[in-house]
Design a protein around this ligand. Structure first.
Ligand code: 7TS
Length: 407
């Protein structure tokens, strides 16, 4: 079923905004963060208006209501990614915190000097720096799967690295620069055959196409609410129950304990063991509303819409003289990073902004990947369910204006 983009746009109040002098906004920066539909904003407001209380500790009606709303979302998330149990769904602040949690708990207890972690050259800094920090502390070796000129992972290199018996493999499901969707299931299977655990960065995948963690057989899987129509400050770590159970807590404080003595404590059961302190309750409620919205449209329909829109954009952009797209492969999601002749990406973004078009310019938190391609920055347009073919036409028009200005 095709998406009714006009109707969808009307669900997002910000998309009716005008930029500068009455120019309608075209938002093409959803890889950075998505916009929020009114239902998500309303769910959070309603929570504060009628049910606000701290969770897991009160017996009064509001506390019970708030706890129920907060925990119901955990079931919703588990169902959304097909986790076996809601015990496997840990609330964090974002993808970044989810990855740090695994590095600081599983990594610290299970890795020893000389152990190998395999990453890739296309990772976001969130899936590099936590491992670099851990590697420096525990004297681990980091190895990297290379990226081909077409923007794909070199699976031959991956297989060779697996022969070195790494303890962990951590990589992104979809690149936030190249748009490449990696063959995650096959890569996880190979990692398991080599005896390694797997951590998948799902920041750009879960918002855009169906993800089934059990089918993939991922050991850990991380994503952020704010990229999937939900609020900022809220993220998810999925982990297999057996692994999470054996891991020490991440942060200490209220809620993550069963019992506390002056000099010791007993950690709480899953999932609360990893959730210290008063969490982002309204944000959980917001994510619940976002998942309802996405499921009502259907993740398959969303994926198909983005696929067709991206193909259209790819074709239109390819026709522009001096425009180079990074990652020229078919296995891609709705992210297109490009260079426009010698025009600096920040200038491109600024000219587009004058025409109401929001794109991102810079290294997109993937400096090593840009280094690999020998460029400091790119311009990037990214699409979501609320983008239309007209949005792409406006982008192309804006780029042509930029070309003429500097040409
Ligand atoms: N991993 C990937 C693949 C990402 O694209 C991002 C954010 C993150 C991790 C981190 O997510 P966070 O919610 O913890 O910040 N990517 C981008 C981007 O492309 N532009 O701004 C943020």
């Amino acid at each position: 079923m095709g998406l009714d983009v006009k109707k969808i746009k009307s669900d997002f109040p910000i998309l009716a905004r005008e930029i500068r002098n009455g120019i309608p906004l075209v938002y093409l920066d959803s890889a950075a963060t998505s916009q929020k539909p009114q239902v998500v904003i309303d769910a959070m407001t309603k929570y504060y208006q009628f049910s606000n209380a701290n969770i897991h500790r009160g017996v009064h009606t509001l506390a019970e209501e708030a706890t129920g709303m907060y925990e119901d979302v955990r079931k919703k998330v588990a169902n959304f990614i097909n986790a076996k149990s809601e015990k496997e769904i840990i609330y964090t602040r974002n993808t970044t915190e989810s990855i740090n949690l695994v590095a600081q708990t599983w990594g610290k207890t299970n890795l020893e000097e000389g152990d190998i972690i395999v990453l890739t050259e296309m990772e976001h800094h969130s899936n590099l720096v936590p491992w670099q920090m851990l590697a420096a502390e525990k004297h681990l070796n980091l190895e990297f799967v290379t990226v081909t000129d077409d923007g794909l992972l070199n699976l031959q290199v991956y297989k060779e690295l697996l022969e070195k018996s790494p303890k962990l493999v951590s990589f992104t499901h979809m690149s936030n620069v190249l748009g490449t969707i990696n063959p995650v299931k096959e890569m996880i299977n190979l990692a398991h055959q080599a005896g390694a655990l797997t951590m998948i960065d799902g920041a750009q995948s879960v918002p855009h196409f169906p993800v089934d963690v059990r089918d993939l057989d991922a050991d850990f899987y991380a994503f952020s609410a704010h990229k999937m129509l939900g609020p900022t400050g809220f993220g998810i770590l999925y982990g297999k129950e057996k692994l999470l159970d054996a891991m020490p807590p991440f942060m200490g404080g209220g809620d993550m304990i069963k019992k506390v003595l002056l000099r010791s404590f007993k950690p709480n059961d899953l999932p609360h063991k990893f959730e210290a302190g008063t969490p982002a309750i309204a944000e959980a409620v917001g994510l619940g509303a976002a998942i309802d919205y996405l499921q009502a449209l259907g993740m398959d329909n969303i994926a198909l819409h983005e696929h067709e829109l991206t193909n259209y954009a790819f074709q239109k952009l390819s026709e522009i003289e001096n425009l180079i797209i990074f990652g020229k492969n078919n296995n891609r999601g709705g992210v297109i990073a490009f260079e426009l002749g010698i025009i600096h990406p920040h200038d491109v973004a600024q000219i587009l902004d004058r025409h109401g078009i929001a794109i991102r310019a810079g290294h997109h938190c993937a400096m090593p990947l840009h280094e690999k391609f020998g460029i400091p920055a790119t311009s990037r347009a990214s699409f979501y369910l609320y983008n239309s073919y007209e949005d792409v036409d406006r982008l192309v028009e804006g780029i042509n204006i930029a070309s003429d200005l500097f040409g």
